[in-house]
Design a protein around this ligand. Structure first.
Ligand code: MV4
Length: 452
């Protein structure tokens, strides 16, 4: 087992990893930018090194500085958390070339699943349902028109390198399609330096359901069931839960088995997520793989009892998974809400500043994963998430009641947060009935904001 791990991240996930290491008797090396200097969570690591200035491109994204910090600090492995360098195959490769284990998937699997077109091809070969569409990248406009007429409109143009909805365009006719292919391609070139686009049939108002995977370096891959993440706005998730409400058991089992097939055929190990969209008839289609630990991993930990960060570290050190698929039971219902410092009255822009008062809820079934405290100054340079409130109760109804109770206890002053909006969502009859799709929040937001 590793004696020392460098944590190449900040905020709540850095603290989550530091805590897991501490419990395993592993020392930690933290890194920080000038904007995070002096943050309390850094004092919980054994050492901390400044790796640059506030902007992430000048610190958390600098591979050389992070490798240097690992070497100076004597770390044998690097945990990348999520975001920043977590899905950067080049970074994983450099770590391993430097004899520092990257706590994540093999480089070949990161490359093979790293873009949407190649992961779609892996999925097709593994007999995992994909949305009807182009085989690979579109060659030209004429090919797009020909494929669209075959699969039927509406179609969705997607950037192979895409993320966060960038480089995506719906086309409802041939004219839209010709314009959309150009726009999506240009947008993708600008955002990802990769103009490649492909086509899929557009699934109207799908749900987003993802399957948690964990694999070891001995060929074992297990799924840890699914999470429902449809409550999102502009591709930012607000609420995640496990299990997915209303999902029929046969669909759940088929989806989870498909995700394991995909991971096995890609030679995947460590933690990862297979993302699906689900239509109103519960047909599911593979969308992409997230080759990292995700923000919403705690809901899976709650219902399975498995510590995902610990599992990541153990399998990275070469240990075998200590369980088999049949051992992984689902227990109760878990919901996570993201507490973001943002202003709902100002287009949800970040609301950085000092937290002047903080009362964190507690009691049975409540978990709060966060690095913040009273007096903490939220820097303006990174994402606005300040913590995740997670509940775990026997039933979904009880979990919702527990979350509403916990949100009522929550006091945070000095910055505006997503808490008032979260309360409105959790009280909504459509949410309570488990009938939310990926466009529900944007359809309902204005009305929701007017409710008391
Ligand atoms: C789709 C889709 C409908 N049809 N693909 C958006 C981001 C990327 N992860 C996949 N996305 C979608 N792909 C087809 N063929 C609808 C979405 C989508 C979506 C998916 C998951 C979570 C939120 C979403 C919000 C809008 C659209």
């Amino acid at each position: 087992m590793f004696q020392r791990i460098l944590v190449a991240n900040r905020g709540e996930i850095a603290l989550r990893i530091i805590r897991a290491c501490r419990e395993l008797g592993i020392e930690t090396v933290a890194v920080f930018s000038e904007a995070d200097r002096g943050a309390h969570y850094l004092s919980l690591a054994d050492e901390a090194y400044c790796i640059g200035s506030a902007q992430a491109v000048d610190s958390y994204l600098l591979i050389n500085r992070i490798i240097s910090a690992a070497e100076v600090g004597g770390a044998q492995a690097i945990h990348p958390g999520y975001g920043f360098l977590a899905e950067n195959a080049k970074f994983a490769e450099i770590c391993r070339e430097c004899d520092i284990e990257f706590i994540g998937p093999p480089v070949a699997a990161m490359n093979g699943l790293g873009d949407k077109v190649s992961s779609r091809i892996v999925a097709m070969k593994a007999n995992v349902p994909t949305v009807p569409g182009s085989e690979g990248l579109l060659k030209d406009e004429a090919e797009a028109v020909q494929i669209a007429s075959k699969i039927g409109y509406p179609v969705l143009i997607k950037a192979t390198a895409g993320g966060g909805g960038k480089g995506m365009r719906v086309a409802r006719n041939e004219q839209d399609l010709k314009i959309g292919v150009k726009q999506a391609s240009q947008e993708a070139e600008k955002a990802f330096k990769n103009a490649g686009v492909f086509l899929e049939k557009y699934v109207e108002n799908p749900r987003h359901v993802e399957v948690q995977l964990i694999g070891d370096q001995h060929g074992n891959v297990c799924h840890l069931w699914e999470r429902e993440c449809s409550t999102q706005r502009k591709h930012q998730k607000l609420i995640e839960e496990a299990p997915a409400p209303t999902l029929p058991d046969d669909v759940r089992n088929a989806m989870c088995e498909a995700a394991v097939r995909l991971a096995k055929s890609a030679g995947y190990y460590n933690a990862g997520t297979c993302e699906f969209i689900v239509d109103k008839d519960y047909n599911f289609y593979f969308i992409e793989v997230n080759a990292r630990i995700q923000v919403e991993h705690p809901v899976t930990e709650q219902i399975t009892g498995i510590d995902l960060i610990e599992s990541q570290i153990r399998v990275a050190a070469g240990e075998k998974l200590p369980f088999q698929q049949e051992d992984i039971k689902r227990n109760g219902h878990s919901i996570e809400v993201r507490i973001n410092a943002e202003d709902p009255d100002n287009e949800f822009r970040g609301s950085p500043g000092t937290i002047t008062k903080l009362r964190i809820p507690g009691g049975r079934g409540v978990r709060f994963d966060s690095h913040v405290h009273e007096g903490y100054k939220i820097p303006p340079y990174y994402d606005s998430m300040v913590g995740k409130l997670i509940v775990h109760r026997p039933t979904r109804e009880q979990a919702i009641a527990c979350m509403l109770r916990a949100l009522d206890e929550f006091v945070i002053e000095g910055v505006k947060t997503s808490i008032p909006l979260l309360r409105k969502i959790l009280r909504d009859p459509t949410f309570q009935a488990g009938q939310v799709d990926t466009r529900w929040l944007e359809r309902t937001l204005d009305e929701l904001m007017r409710r008391d």
